[in-house]
Design a protein around this ligand. Structure first.
Ligand code: FAD
Length: 405
């Protein structure tokens, strides 16, 4: 059996398979994934799942009958290990091999590991998969004092969930502010205040030197300044690494992810990549980017699925992301990157505002806190290349939608 082989059965893998099928790809489609679970939603893992609001079963995106109906063959619990480009073949961990006509990498990313003394103690968790989340949830049930290493999205979402569960939470962040690479200092300060109000202790400009343990179970975190913070449980959230090793060893171009064009295609024909594992040039960001978001995984996979079926439409979307912490609904469109001006619309004190970011007079990104209407308008503005003057953006009486009729 040849046809399309997809490695990874999450947002990108499933979307590419469906798009290819719907666009008329008539050859067999096989999705191989090393996880045993049916394709599931990852974002709730740090939020509603940890809070016990939804179960594992509620996370499932599609069941077996759906894939059977689309004639998509799901091979779960099997890890791809090797790509032989010349033989057009993928080898699986059990030594079985799959021949392909076209191949898509949808292998995602994994949690970056911390490399300090004691990092292998029990009680130190990472959060990437539903299995990680089940373990973390069980660990939280028996822990009172939690240390979160990393003040990025996953760290802060878990901090919010753990605080809601009544835990004593400490966040240790190496930068001078939260989410430093993703948002402005206005938003960092707002989120810091939100966490402090919820009783979370946030240590900025602090690194982890080592972990202390009893019987190989973590008991404390030793900081770079020598201070010791007691911990029954540690969650490490220090970023993601692209799962691009198979592509790299086969000689495909990889630079912080598998390098692809606007159709998700690698330089080698018939090989594609989409989602967290792929690095593409995004014209809205004016740079090469490897994005870790559901929107990117799905939209990039649509472009790849179309190209696989021979119906081409490039992936040219403005990046979007969201994060939920307490009652803060943060929505982000665009990448602020090296912005040179910002305008704040709404009230930071009331927790309802948007930050507009400009580069050389052009609107490049908007972060909204509990302002879904403004976020919708911002998406349309950035996609259309329309930039309200910063004064207009900051004026709540100015109708942003009037610019994109
Ligand atoms: P993934 O979802 O990473 O899936 C890749 C799959 O491929 C995995 O199942 C992996 O095990 C499998 N795989 C890897 N290598 C192999 C191999 N060699 N053989 C077989 N299978 C393999 N994004 C948002 O936009 N908003 C959010 O609020 C948000 N919250 C998140 C919260 C958490 C806790 C996490 C972990 C992520 C969150 N994200 C969020 C990010 C989002 O989930 C990812 O961007 C998205 O899942 C990427 O989809 P993907 O299909 O590219 O890869």
């Amino acid at each position: 059996m040849t046809g399309l082989v997809i490695i990874g059965a999450s947002y990108a893998g499933v979307q590419a398979a469906l798009t290819a099928r719907e666009a008329g790809y008539s050859q067999p489609i096989t999705i191989v994934c090393d996880e045993e679970w049916l394709p599931y939603q990852r974002p709730p893992l740090s939020k509603d799942f940890l809070l016990g609001r939804i179960s594992e079963q509620n996370l499932i995106l599609r069941d077996e009958t759906f894939f059977e109906g689309k004639q998509i063959n799901l091979v779960l619990g099997e890890r791809a290990t090797l790509l032989d480009l010349r033989a057009r073949q993928i080898t699986l961990a059990g030594n079985n091999a799959l021949k392909f006509e076209k191949l898509l990498f949808a292998t995602g990313s994994r949690a970056r590991r911390i490399a300090v003394e004691g990092a292998d103690f029990d009680g130190i968790f990472y959060l990437r998969s539903v299995t990680d989340a089940i373990d973390l949830k069980a660990g939280l049930a028996n822990a009172a004092e939690i240390v979160i290493v990393g003040g990025g999205f996953i760290g802060l979402e878990v901090a919010a969930s753990a605080a809601k569960l009544g835990k004593k939470v400490t966040v240790v962040e190496a930068s001078s502010r939260l989410l430093e690479r993703a948002v402005s200092s206005v938003l960092s300060t707002f989120l810091l205040d939100t966490h402090l109000r919820a009783g979370v202790d946030v240590m900025l400009d602090e690194t982890v030197a080592s972990f202390k343990g009893n019987d190989r179970k973590v008991s404390a975190v030793v900081l770079g300044n020598g201070a010791v913070v007691h911990a029954d449980l540690v969650l490490v959230g220090i970023g993601g690494v692209a799962n691009d090793e198979i592509a790299r060893s086969a000689g495909l171009r990889c630079t912080n992810g598998i390098v692809v064009d606007a159709h998700g295609q690698c330089e080698t024909s018939d090989i594609f990549a989409a989602g967290d594992c792929a690095n593409h040039f995004n014209r809205f960001c004016e740079s090469w980017v490897r994005l870790e978001s559901v929107q990117n995984a799905q939209d990039q996979a649509k472009a790849a699925g179309l190209a696989i079926a021979g119906a081409r439409a490039p992936y040219e979307n403005v990046p979007r992301f969201w994060s939920d912490q307490y009652d803060v609904k943060l929505q982000i469109v665009g990448l602020a990157g090296r912005y040179d001006r910002q305008a704040v619309r709404g009230s930071v004190d009331d927790g309802r505002f948007s930050v507009f970011y400009y580069r050389q007079g052009r609107l490049v990104a908007v972060d909204s806190v509990n302002r879904p209407g403004e976020q919708m308008a911002a998406r349309r503005l950035i996609a259309a290349g329309i930039s309200p003057a910063p004064e207009q953006a900051a004026d709540p009486s100015f109708d942003l939608k009037s610019l994109v009729t």
